[in-house]
Write a protein that binds this ligand. Structure first.
Ligand code: A2P
Length: 223
């Protein structure tokens, strides 16, 4: 009999340590609580509710994911393109179970998702797969995504609205970054945490005054 091939995981990524997860959840929930009370947000409430007068409790609106993490490579147990090659990279094997600190520089809210933008260091970029930024991106958005620096998609999904899958966070983040690059930012509001800007169709982007750092472990995950 042939030796069994090692099985590939659902995905690889940096996982926040449990105590860090709590800290980040608290800090980001505070932001959501404030956001849905802002006049600027209320003006665009229909983009979340479908009705102008209806209120929304963003804390209830988004469901929390199980473990906070920043995906590097979605492998889908080997079904995703380049999964095996990624798992076999020396840098991936050497990084497994190692600690690393992630830096969150912005928070994003859309009618679909709530997420944190992660700024990767040069060392962390070595674990970011070539071409991963444009995986699953709509053809119309591809040229703008290709013009963004590599690793622009790096993020932590903090919540999804009903029926939305976590993969949406990276796609919404790229769309926001592309709009910013075109200078399409609207209303800006100063908040304690930083500057909030509106980018049409219910998209909100908070640039943090101070990055939020979080200790993580690089690891693979299988359900
Ligand atoms: P994300 O990294 O944006 O949070 P699921 O539970 O839906 O199977 O996903 C497991 C993880 O893999 C999630 O973190 C999810 O999104 C990410 N993910 C799911 N599908 C894809 C995909 N097609 N491309 C990249 N990442 C994905």
């Amino acid at each position: 009999t042939k030796p069994k091939e090692p099985e590939l995981p659902l995905f690889f990524g940096w996982f926040l340590l449990p105590e860090e997860e709590e800290r980040i959840k608290c800090a980001t929930m505070d932001f959501l609580k404030t956001l849905d009370t802002l006049e600027a947000f209320k003006e665009h409430i229909s983009e979340f509710t479908g009705e102008a007068e209806k209120e929304v409790d963003l804390e209830q609106y988004f469901q929390n994911p199980l473990h906070l993490h920043c995906t590097t490579k979605f492998c889908d147990y080997g079904k995703a393109e380049g999964a095996k090659e990624y798992a076999e990279l020396q840098v991936v094997k050497e990084s497994l179970a190692k600690s690393d600190e992630l830096s969150v520089t912005a928070l994003i809210v859309t009618p679909r998702i709530f997420g944190a933008r992660v700024a990767l260091t040069e060392t962390q970029m070595k674990l970011w797969p070539e071409g991963e930024d444009k995986e699953g991106v709509a053809p119309a958005l591809l040229p703008s995504v290709e013009a963004l620096p590599m690793g622009s998609r790096a993020h932590v999904t903090l919540g999804c609205s009903a029926g939305v899958e976590a993969v949406q966070t990276g796609l919404d983040l790229l769309e926001i970054l592309a709009l910013q690059k075109e200078g399409k930012e609207g209303t800006q509001v100063e908040m304690d945490l930083g500057t909030l800007s509106y980018l049409s169709e219910g998209r909100w982007f908070l640039t943090l005054r101070e990055p939020i750092t979080a200790d993580t472990t690089f690891s693979s995950f299988s359900d």
